[in-house]
Design a protein around this ligand. Sequence first.
Ligand SMILES: Cc1cc2nc3c(=O)[nH]c(=O)nc-3n(C[C@H](O)[C@H](O)[C@H](O)COP(=O)(O)O)c2cc1C
Length: 193
Amino acid sequence: MNPEPLARFHEWLDEARAAGAPEPEAMALATVDAIGAPAVRMVLLKQADEDGFVFYTNLRSPKAQALRVHGRAELCFHWRPPGRQVRVHGVVEPVTEDEADRYFQSRPYLSRIGAWASEQSQPGGGSLELSRRVARFCLMHPVGQVPRPPHWSGFRLVPEWIEFWQERPHRLHDRVRYHRAPSGVWAGGNLFP
Ligand SMILES: Cc1cc2nc3c(=O)[nH]c(=O)nc-3n(C[C@H](O)[C@H](O)[C@H](O)COP(=O)(O)O)c2cc1C
């Protein structure tokens, strides 16, 4: 086992992919809003490195509003096979405009159009309304670059702790949590399952 948590995370992600775990980049994102109400939903991991864990979304969505109020969140991955969970807890910051532009431009044409067409989490958006909006934005941006909508960008969760949970027989699972000291050094220890 790699003792460095980011390297271990990538090892586990690769092993989940190799084991055939469905959508291994999918992770639950838990937030708390202005009145203390929790919310959780799935998002896709787009980057994980020493700076943090990055995902993209609509900045007018409830999750983005919650993150602006409480810049703290938790991510949870579950992979079966091979029976593993990783939790990543920390503070959240916006990605830079450049990063968001670069990632946005790497997306397929219709995904870029979709970012314009979807008023994420607003009432409405049945398939007919959505197709009409997609058609409208396709006409506005028929070829070439679709600009990134001003209300679409990413967040980076900078971990304070990362926990690895490995399924074992008889529920005697293996749990290791690593905390990051202000110096940046990680220290890990077991937790009872
Ligand atoms: C597997 C999966 C991946 C998803 N990935 C994203 C994502 O990367 N970004 C996003 O905004 N929504 C994503 N969604 C949709 C969200 O779960 C959610 O419905 C939407 O973002 C609205 O959330 P909110 O109202 O809490 O802001 C995904 C859903 C699933 C099931």
